[in-house]
Design a protein. Structure first.
Ligand code: NAD
Length: 356
């Protein structure tokens, strides 16, 4: 039997509740498709601070490095708001991304047909269905470039620098081309090559890389146009690849197309198939412990993990279809609408399993 060894970081707030549902679904999928998940539960975030005084204990980092991949709920909460910056739960999140070399951030933006009324985009534009994957460079560019402040001629100034090397562009482009190969073989590279030298190098490098992927249809778009096209005609996109800062903005814009924060999954990948999978929402301390959190973003993150890190694509597709089917009948309070049965966090997990 195929075995997959993953580290699970439940985290804080609703983290443990939503992760438990995803684990339930993973085990059920494993039974059906003939694989076994082995879970190593480790600490990160506020729960780690309470136990060890550190948001990211070395033991957790070591365990993650040995695992096939990492699965995370969410971290943080008001209990740790007074803790100094580098000791806050969120410092654990930045620390683990750095320690594991996670340079590619994947954010799917999709509409689940039963939830189409929650999307702010008109049905006539999406035809009730949409599935875009944004691949954002995560460890380079202006957020990590040379920066500074000073005073010149009596006036204060500040600057930040956008800098990319060819190898940084190549590795993120490779992730994106390979993602496109697993999807509809269409890649849009987003830059600002009409103005920025860094973007011109980005575009030139992506074009060179495209020779290795003749089956992928590549096009280029300026970031301002892309921001517009995402709401004007989002169905034209399959995979989008872009820099850290452009991806930060575009992925938030695209994710809102789905209309509900409790539905949005994400992955951060490094070389090979290693990655960290998590819902994009936080620990929702306002509803923690009430059993009403929506576990679907976490369950969909588990499906991404099966597809992109563990080569269990069939099980992943089954889970995504089961989520769709569950939404036809039941809703957690955040997405509740008249005519549906209102269920708890675990009720939603059970319904997904019923539809596998
Ligand atoms: P949040 O995403 O936790 O919550 C925003 C709102 O959305 C809240 O009203 C919450 O109840 C609701 N919500 C979020 N997820 C939900 C779900 N699955 N089901 C139903 N409702 C859901 O953002 P916030 O309130 O700004 O942050 C709370 C804490 O989470 C903070 O400590 C923040 O730093 C942390 N945070 C962590 C991560 C992470 O772990 N990756 C990401 C963002 C925020």
């Amino acid at each position: 039997m195929r075995e997959h060894n993953i580290v699970v970081l439940k985290g804080d707030g609703i983290g443990p509740e939503i992760v438990d549902e995803a684990v339930k679904v993973l085990d059920a999928a494993g039974k059906k498709y003939g694989f076994k998940m082995n879970y190593d539960y480790e600490l990160m975030g506020g729960c780690a601070i309470d136990e060890t005084g550190e948001p990211l204990p070395q033991k957790t980092v070591d365990a993650c490095k040995k695992a096939d991949c990492v699965f995370l709920g969410a971290v943080g909460g008001p209990k740790w708001d007074g803790v100094p910056g580098n000791k806050r739960p969120e410092a654990g999140l930045l620390g683990i991304r750095g320690a594991l070399g996670l340079y590619a951030n994947l954010r799917p933006a999709r509409i689940f047909a039963p939830l189409k009324e929650a999307s702010p985009i008109k049905d006539s534009i999406t035809e009730g269905n949409l599935d875009i994957m944004i691949v954002r460079e995560l460890t380079g560019g202006i957020y990590f470039g040379e920066r500074g402040t000073g005073v010149e001629n009596g006036e204060e100034y500040a600057y930040d620098t956008e800098k990319y090397t060819v190898s940084e562009i190549k590795r993120i482009a490779k992730t994106a081309f390979e993602m496109a190969m697993k999807r509809n073989k269409k890649l849009t590279s987003v830059d600002k090559a009409n103005v920025l030298d860094s973007s011109r190098l980005w575009r030139k490098t992506v074009i060179e890389m495209s020779k290795d992927y003749p089956e992928v249809e590549l096009n280029h778009m300026y970031v301002d146009n892309c921001a517009m096209q995402l709401v004007r005609n989002p169905k034209q996109f399959d995979v989008i690849v872009t820099s850290n800062i452009f991806g930060d903005i575009l992925s938030d814009e695209a994710s809102m197309i789905s209309g509900s924060i409790g539905m949005l999954a994400s992955a951060s990948l490094s070389d090979g198939k290693f990655g960290l999978y998590e819902p994009i929402h936080g620990s929702a301390p306002d509803i923690a412990g009430l059993g009403i959190a929506n576990p679907l973003a976490t369950i969909l993150s588990a499906a991404m993990m099966l597809k992109y890190s563990l080569d269990e694509g069939e099980a992943a597709a089954d889970i995504e279809n089961a989520v769709n089917a569950a939404l036809e009948k039941v809703r957690t309070p955040d997405i509740y609408k008249d005519g549906f049965k209102k269920v708890s966090t675990s009720g939603m997990g059970d319904e997904v399993i019923k539809n596998l």
